[in-house]
Design a protein around this ligand. Structure first.
Ligand SMILES: [Zn+2]
Length: 144
């Protein structure tokens, strides 16, 4: 009789999802979600099915939040340098990202959403004040 049975497929799956979680634990999005819960603003949905799949959504209030990494989305306050190597490639890539972000916001706003962009650096500096900004939009955003 085998004393212990380990199930390999489950094990593999668990390892993978644990790795995923570990990466996510330090992410700005997770920090922001924690701050939102602390603000009593916990009724959000993740990746709601509207244009751009906003990271955090309050569908009832039509408030959408994008958590943007400063490097990939070209944060205006960080203004991070474009890598020297293959700079043309990076420039084109970044321009496409920025254009796509603007397009997502435009589609949502046209549809009556309030869109908030939360930058990685803002969240890392003061997640509470970003959460406060979102809370203001959620609690005051009953107008159509
Ligand atoms: Zn930034």
């Amino acid at each position: 009789m085998p004393a212990r049975i380990v199930c390999p497929p489950l094990d593999e799956h668990t390892t993978r999802s644990m790795k995923g979680n570990r990466r996510k634990d330090t992410s700005p999005e997770l920090m922001l979600r924690k701050a939102l819960r602390e603000e009593g603003c916990s009724g959000y949905r993740l990746q709601w099915k509207v244009p751009g799949r906003p990271d955090i959504c309050y569908p009832g209030k039509r408030v959408a939040v994008f958590v943007n990494g400063c490097f990939w989305h070209r944060c205006p306050s960080c203004d991070l340098p474009i890598p020297h190597h293959n700079s043309e490639y990076w420039t084109a890539k970044f321009e496409a990202n920025v254009r796509r972000d603007a397009e997502k916001i435009r589609l949502l706003e046209e549809d009556g959403w309030t869109v908030i962009v939360a930058w990685e650096c803002e969240i890392k500096k003061d997640a509470g004040s970003v959460a406060q900004r979102i809370k203001d939009a959620v609690t005051g955003g009953s107008k159509t």
